[in-house]
Design a protein around this ligand. Structure first.
Ligand SMILES: Nc1ncnc2c1ncn2[C@@H]1O[C@H](COP(=O)(O)OP(=O)(O)OP(=O)(O)O)[C@@H](O)[C@H]1O
Ligand SMILES: [Mg+2]
Length: 456
């Protein structure tokens, strides 16, 4: 179908997750098409969530590529939480790349290469292909072992015999070493529904059928499936998902430009040449034009965007005009501030020509009830049992200092309660840990008070 051979990457490079403090956010809390005041782990901030839900709709309709969103609001008002809510709503089929702006200063590859990779990880291609495959439930599987070519003491699989069954027939297949090795690696056993690609020999596990007399579990790791219908050997439409960055890596590897995969991990310090990316872009266009696949623009989320410097802003401005570009979401808590790398002041530290293209969502400070609700949701999420007056006190701290500070006190307070042999956190526990850990405001005051004692 094309000049690019597509292979699967094992272990892939999974998006690093930094959402533990937002683990209670399950989505934007849209119920029956409306944003509920408290839902999906979200409390209040209804306007911003409604705007975010609208953005999700536009993205899903495929109408948002090349556009950008800016989320602005004071610290701790849920900007990052909002972006995570968007990611959750978009679901696993839409790529979502989460960067912190400060990251670009610590990468070992060139900054533009890092940014380009981030952009390309945020664009997906879903490919549909008709392939000749063998498909069925594994009825039996037997491996044939032989001597290792260099080490006679080691036995290696040299082939296997697999019996596959559908509702219509049963076929016994003799498969070579490469396929046998995959069967072992994937841990295939009887009852698994598998598919073997005739041309490439790639084995895909589709799921598992429930066998007779088999142990009943409450949780199944594999999809529960019916026995496939029709013949074992057939033509079948297969859908596969890749990001443009995945495709860049395959292409680079085929040209010997990226060192081989070692233990499932790419060594990626090299820059991917633009010829490789051009070849991939052409392949993508061709695939889409022929109707064999669709492009899925995802989201590149850049948190704490005021940390970006002028060069990076220039890169993003240009990127937004590229033919294939993801939706960019930026978040910041800064007002008028210097654009990093210049002496120019601008709203949110963002160059005006880019700012002009962004639609802006605002998050507002919380009232007391909202703070109370968020603190109790977080406490539940972390398994912290709060007495009523402990919750009251944390709410007060959240209002007077910051929501984040109140949330951060939960774990220390729980540790202190345990040390006192209590399972409930009392107001006394909160008061105790509150003295141990300063809030940002207190820390600034403290430094000011004793300015002459600090190193300059
Ligand atoms: N409306 C909300 N509902 C539920 N949880 C919230 C809400 N707003 C914030 N939180 C939680 O409060 C904490 C602080 O919020 P978050 O980190 O999103 O703030 P932020 O606006 O990104 O702040 P900063 O400007 O400092 O980055 C997080 O744990 C977040 O999940
Ligand atoms: Mg944030």
């Amino acid at each position: 179908m094309s000049s690019i051979r597509i292979e699967e990457v094992k272990g892939g490079e999974e998006e690093r997750r930094r959402i533990s403090v937002h683990s209670h956010i399950r989505g934007l809390g849209v119920v029956n098409g409306k944003v509920e005041k408290i839902a999906g782990g979200f409390v209040g901030q209804v306007e911003a969530r409604e705007a975010a839900a609208m953005v999700v709709k536009i993205i899903k309709a495929g109408k948002f590529s090349g556009k950008g969103v800016l989320i602005v609001g004071p610290p701790g008002t849920g900007k990052t939480a909002l972006a995570i809510g968007i990611a959750r709503e978009l679901g696993a089929d839409t790529p979502f790349v989460h960067l912190n702006a400060a990251e670009i200063y610590s990468v070992e590859i060139k900054k533009t290469e890092f940014l380009m990779r981030a952009l390309r990880k945020a664009i997906g291609l879903r490919i549909r292909e008709w392939r000749r495959v063998y498909e069925g439930v594994v009825k039996s599987i037997e491996f044939k072992y032989g001597k290792h070519p260099y080490n006679p003491y080691i036995q290696v699989p040299v082939g296997a015999t697999v019996k596959l069954k559908t509702t219509d027939e049963e076929k016994i297949l003799k498969v070579p070493q490469e396929i046998a090795a995959q069967l072992i690696e994937l841990g295939i056993s009887t009852g698994d529904v598998i598919m073997i690609d005739e041309e490439t020999g790639r084995v895909i596990v589709e799921g598992q059928v429930q066998g007779e007399g088999e142990e009943q579990y409450d949780i199944y790791v594999k999809h529960r499936l019916e026995v496939p219908k029709g013949p074992v050997h057939k033509e079948k439409e297969i859908t596969r998902f890749f990001t443009l960055h995945d495709l860049d890596l395959y292409q680079a590897r085929q040209q010997g430009l990226v060192s081989a995969m070692l233990f499932g991990v790419f060594t990626e310090e090299k820059e991917i040449p633009s010829e490789v990316r051009n070849a991939v872009d052409n392949f993508v266009k061709e695939t889409v034009d022929k109707g064999n696949g669709e492009l899925i623009p995802g989201v590149l989320f850049v948190d704490d965007a005021h940390m970006l410097d002028i060069e990076t802003w220039a890169f993003f401005t240009k990127a937004m005009e590229m033919e294939m570009s993801p939706i960019m979401i930026f978040a910041t808590n800064r007002g008028i501030t210097k654009i990093r790398g210049t002496d120019i002041e601008a709203p949110h530290g963002i160059p005006l020509d880019l700012l002009d293209r962004l639609i802006i969502i605002r998050t507002r400070p919380y009232n007391e009830d909202e703070v109370r609700e968020i603190v109790s949701i977080r406490a539940r999420e972390e398994g912290v049992k709060l007495d009523n007056d402990a919750l009251d006190y944390l709410t007060k701290i959240g209002v007077e200092n910051s929501l984040r500070y109140a949330i951060q006190l939960l774990t220390p307070a729980q540790i202190r309660a345990k040390e006192q042999n209590r399972s409930n956190v009392t107001k006394d526990d909160v008061e105790y840990v509150r003295k141990l850990f300063l809030s940002l405001r207190e820390s600034v005051e403290y430094v000011k008070q004793h300015e002459e004692l600090f190193l300059k």
